[in-house]
Design a protein around this ligand. Structure first.
Ligand SMILES: Cc1cc2nc3c(=O)[nH]c(=O)nc-3n(C[C@H](O)[C@H](O)[C@H](O)COP(=O)(O)O)c2cc1C
Length: 307
């Protein structure tokens, strides 16, 4: 009994802990959503008490895993059994329910980067012979089972999605299946009346890859006609590019990552035409210590500090 009781206590204390965060955000008139993801093969035995990470198949994605003792190369994962897939799909729903109980305004399912959903979508990392591998439909099956299980817990208008075709290293180099599977997924996601699709532009050089035409604004031009709901454009946005993409009809909203980490007063800086933007301090990101994220000064403050 000790195990389940500990798990239940852990769940409640985590839900209560996040409630303090969501309450603080709401008290400041903000909105906050929780992102749901499973690292799959990007995890590492060191993070799993020595256990092998799981994935669609036993293909080492050839990436770097961030462990407590530093950055380590990934290892070959163990393929999930069908029963484990069912449990994992149910875990996404449970995570969504916990997030809503913790006071989040919604959830976002992460289907890009190199994580588990991408490992199912990617023909290089998914060699399964069952109904979860092979065709576009089969490689997308896990993703849509996750969507439907989350929708069993949370209203569609509070569920968003982050996805994009990528060209990364190792098993995640773009291949001839990368664009078709993302097109298939985004077209189908368009039928669920979700809160949003957050589409990442290219973070690497697409030249000479099957994604070449999606470089820069090409990503948003290509996918806008395929998705009828709210489309949020991301990656290397600035005020003028964001305004232009919205005016041209290629995005409904724009998301900022790095600029918002380094500039807590980003909106005010945009409003002031000549305010420079601060850069992220890379020494302080990815759980490297207590400094960073919440201690970047506002613009006027940094001016005062300097004088
Ligand atoms: C330190 C750091 C941590 C990030 N963590 C996440 C994450 O947990 N989930 C996610 O979807 N994106 C994450 N991102 C990516 C950002 O959300 C965003 O997509 C990316 O930085 C591109 O946007 P930008 O050009 O405005 O920075 C992270 C980025 C940085 C710099």
């Amino acid at each position: 009994m000790a195990g389940p009781i500990r798990q239940v206590c852990g769940r409640w204390s985590r839900v209560r802990g996040w409630r303090r965060v969501t309450d603080a955000v709401h008290a400041a008139s903000g909105r906050i959503i929780a992102q749901l993801w499973h690292t799959g093969a990007i995890s590492h035995p060191e993070l799993l008490d020595g256990a092998q990470p799981v994935s669609a198949s036993n293909v080492d994605p050839d990436q770097i895993s961030v462990t407590q003792t530093g950055r380590k190369p990934t290892v070959a994962p163990r393929p999930l059994t069908k029963q484990e897939i069912e449990v994992t799909v149910a875990d996404f729903a449970r995570a969504a329910r916990n997030a809503m109980e913790a006071g989040f305004d919604g959830v976002q399912i992460l289907a890009n980067y190199l994580y588990l959903i991408s490992q199912f979508l990617n023909a290089n990392t998914n060699l399964r012979q069952d109904e979860y591998g092979g065709s576009l439909e089969n490689r997308s099956r896990f993703l849509f089972e996750v969507v439907e299980s989350v929708l069993g817990e949370v209203d569609a208008q509070r569920v968003g999605f982050k996805i994009s075709p990528m060209h990364e290293g190792g098993a995640f180099q773009a291949n001839n299946e990368t664009l078709p599977v993302t097109e298939y997924a985004i077209r189908k996601l368009s039928t669920y009346n979700l809160s949003h699709l957050l589409l990442m532009g290219n973070t690497t050089d697409f030249s000479g890859t099957p994604l070449e035409k999606l470089a820069d604004d090409g990503m948003f031009r290509h996918f806008r006609p395929l998705y009828k709901g709210t489309l949020i454009a991301n990656v290397k946005m600035d005020r003028d590019r964001g305004n232009r993409l919205i005016a041209e009809g290629f995005a409904d909203l724009v998301a900022f990552g790095r600029p918002y980490i380094a500039n807590p007063d980003l909106v005010e800086r945009f409003a002031e035409d000549d305010a420079p933007l601060a850069e992220v301090d890379w020494e302080t990101v990815y759980g490297s210590g207590e400094r960073g994220y919440s201690d970047y000064p506002a613009y006027q403050l940094s001016q005062l500090t300097r004088s």
